[in-house]
Design a protein around this ligand. Structure first.
Ligand code: SF4
Ligand code: SF4
Length: 314
């Protein structure tokens, strides 16, 4: 059986790379013990702000075997989204790199479906399970670390030794037993660059993020106005914030992704400062039609732009 499992493992990992994923690892589908307590404390301290959904499905979130009946393994996949190009106007409001291209949910979901079908047709006809990309209560970073794909850095991102942290994490939770990968050692060492660089002091000791202070939360998930105390601290970020990844030495050697479906959308990265400032609802719909930026809706993005403009006007 072990030989068989090992053969399955090789076939699945090889297929994942062929389909365009950049890394693949396996974790046992079971309760994530330390994470359960950490998540409990984080929620109790209200650090999730108004992301109330984070408190939903708690038991499933900390145990993938409760999310999918009969689950034995989690196949975790990474997709490098380090972009090939940058925003062209250096004064334009800055968006997070993951939002340069077509919404990754669509791109990765197709690849997951292919992988699932491949396993069912070629390896294990009795395959049952589900696949997700940021679309279910799953602690994706913890599962990726458990599957040996990296460690959770002090900036709270998953860091892969070769790919860095600009990676989408997705997973298949399935009823097939696989040989599980070993977690790798944390390699942050004595570095504190991310903590020092965070403009809003959102990164707390113990690899915790106070989402209420994080620019990414404030500009995307937050549905209220941005508190005045963040004026002058947004570092020109209008949708998301990559600062704690930009300063991380493990991202400096990330190579641009080769997935043509994740290529930056010209219209988005070429928006000038002036065009951003005057963005209308019609232009928003046209420019971000297939983009992850849509999550903020026009009203949210407009609020963020106006917040940056109000700082410039001071
Ligand atoms: S994303 Fe930006 S605001 Fe949030 S923790 Fe990182 S540096 Fe701080
Ligand atoms: S910047 Fe330094 S401390 Fe922060 S995640 Fe990267 S290596 Fe770890």
């Amino acid at each position: 059986m072990d030989l068989l499992k090992s053969a399955y493992s090789d076939l699945i990992k090889q297929k994942a790379l062929e389909l365009g994923f950049d890394a693949c690892g396996f974790a046992k589908a079971e309760e994530l013990v330390p994470e359960k307590e950490i998540l409990q404390g984080w929620l109790a301290n209200q650090m999730h702000g108004n992301m109330h959904y984070m408190a939903n499905h708690f038991e499933k979130r900390v145990d993938p075997s409760k999310l999918v009946e009969g689950a034995k393994s989690v196949i975790v996949l990474l997709s490098n989204y380090t972009p090939k190009a940058k925003q062209t106007d250096p004064e334009a409001p800055i968006i997070a790199r993951y939002a340069y291209g077509v919404d990754y949910h669509f791109v990765v979901k197709d690849q997951l479906e292919f992988l699932f079908q491949y396993i069912k047709e070629e390896i294990y006809p009795s395959l049952e399970g589900r696949y997700f990309v940021d679309s279910a209560p799953v602690l994706e970073r913890s599962l990726a670390a458990k599957a040996g794909l990296g460690w959770i850095g002090k900036n709270t991102h998953l860091i892969h030794k070769k790919l860095g942290s600009y990676v989408f994490i997705s997973e298949l939770i399935i009823n097939l037993d696989l040989p599980y990968d070993e977690p790798i050692q944390d390699a942050c060492g004595g570095c504190t660059r991310c903590i020092d660089a965070c403009p809003t002091q959102a990164i707390l000791p113990g690899r915790l993020l106070d989402a209420r202070k994080c620019i990414s939360y404030l500009t995307i998930e937050n549905k209220d106005s941005i508190p005045e105390k963040f004026k002058g601290k947004m570092e020109n970020r209008v949708f998301g914030c990559d600062i704690c990844q930009e300063v991380c030495p493990w991202t400096w050697k990330s190579r641009p992704n080769t997935n043509k479906n994740l290529t930056p959308v010209t219209k988005i990265i070429q928006l000038t400062k002036n065009e951003w400032h005057n963005l209308t609802n019609e232009q928003f719909i046209e420019t971000f039609r297939k983009s992850a930026v849509k999550r903020a809706k026009y009203s949210g993005l407009r609020r963020n732009i106006d917040f940056l403009i109000s700082k410039d006007a001071e």
